[in-house]
Design a protein around this ligand. Structure first.
Ligand SMILES: NC(=O)c1ccc[n+]([C@@H]2O[C@H](COP(=O)([O-])OP(=O)(O)OC[C@H]3O[C@@H](n4cnc5c(N)ncnc54)[C@H](OP(=O)(O)O)[C@@H]3O)[C@@H](O)[C@H]2O)c1
Length: 328
């Protein structure tokens, strides 16, 4: 079983690695429903208790898939879901331009939040969501108002803990003043370390956990992504497209050599490095393959010594990757 980590000083315990279920919706290649259920159940068996989903993944399908996978073992899972990206026809939204060459339709108004919560509870088939994130702040309204309505859900017993995603340090401070925030989700990995500049110090000051999304660089850091086809959602990610993909492959090749010298796979090195950044960090790697869950889980048992961590700092400092990130 994986070692445990705590979300915030007095928060809930979860496995040191969670599981990101978004890949089960076919964004990075074909996904099969039965195989997806098996993968989620295998993640739980390994102790990857935090299952990360969002209402928008697969337009609601991902939450229904989680419901099928946890049937009969609800208490083994720590369910984290998100709201705020609009996918239902007829719902109003404010489009926000992002660094991924696409605009995201957002709605975090109190009325929409209340509707989204009821729909998520129904799709997940649970009475309580363990961790409910605002997926992306709505530029049309103050984050304090959104968190105010999220706090209502905690008081009503429908949500245990609140989270934020894709936020600035300033937004975290404003939100946390309204209601305690247990975790913040942000892109953080060996090739996207910008969270270290302002966000992570702020989270540490406030006692909030960081849940790195795309901890494997959306697959790039595993060394297996050498081209992106036109039906792959990662075509929107400027780090993986055009000349940037090859330039980044060249730039990050030494990390793969380092992993081999440590008897780790590149994926294990990427996850072990994140785990070594602090006990307040819980990465949520995604995969459609049970065997890769086994491989990734071993990263939680790897030890990187100081010399290795310094070597990694020299090979992959903040700002190494070419191409923008989602949060523009
Ligand atoms: N808050 C947000 O805005 C946000 C944004 C993006 C993602 N997320 C969350 O973060 C989670 C993880 O992010 P992500 O899925 O985008 O990226 P990721 O976890 O960095 O990478 C996933 C990719 O890595 C591959 N992979 C996994 N383990 C591997 C291994 N051992 N060897 C080789 N390849 C491996 C997977 O391919 P296979 O499936 O073929 O194994 C998949 O394509 C998502 O599932 C989602 O829950 C949140």
């Amino acid at each position: 079983m994986l070692p445990q980590r705590t979300l915030g000083p007095n928060g809930p315990q979860v496995g040191a690695l969670g599981y990101g279920a978004m890949v089960l919706e076919g964004y990075y290649g074909r996904a099969d429903e039965a195989a997806g259920i098996h993968v989620i159940q295998h993640a739980l068996d390994l102790g990857m208790t935090m299952l990360d989903t969002a209402d928008a993944y697969g337009n609601g399908h991902n939450e229904s898939l989680i419901a099928k996978a946890i049937h009969g073992q609800r208490d083994d899972a720590f369910i984290a879901t998100k709201f705020g990206i609009v996918f239902e026809p007829g719902e109003p939204a404010t489009p926000l331009a992002t660094g991924w060459n696409l605009a995201i339709p957002l709605n975090a108004t109190p009325a929409y939040a209340r509707r989204a919560l009821e729909r998520s509870l129904q799709r997940l088939g649970v009475d309580t969501i363990d961790l409910w994130y605002l997926h992306y702040p709505d530029p049309s309204m103050p984050i304090e108002e959104t968190v105010g309505v999220m706090a209502e859900a905690v008081r009503a017993g429908k949500v245990r803990y609140l989270g934020l995603s894709n936020v600035t340090a300033e937004q975290v401070r404003k939100a946390h003043a309204v209601h305690p925030i247990a975790a913040v989700q942000f892109e953080y990995s060996l090739w996207r370390r910008e969270a270290e500049n302002e966000l992570l110090p702020c989270l540490r000051q406030l006692g909030i956990a960081l849940v790195p999304w795309a901890p494997l660089g959306s697959g790039f850091l595993t060394g297996t992504v050498t081209e992106i086809t036109s039906d792959d959602f990662r075509q929107h990610n400027p780090k993986l497209t055009g000349g940037n993909l090859q330039a980044n492959l060249d730039r990050f090749a030494p990390l793969q050599q380092l992993a081999a010298s440590l008897d780790l796979t590149p994926a294990q090195l990427a996850l072990a490095w994140l785990i070594h950044q602090g006990a307040d960090i819980v990465p949520i790697p995604g995969t459609r393959q049970a065997a890769r869950l086994d491989e990734n889980a071993l990263a939680a048992f790897a030890t990187l010594d100081q010399a290795t961590l310094q070597q990694i700092d020299a090979l992959a400092p903040v700002g190494s990757a070419l191409g923008g990130t989602l949060v523009a």
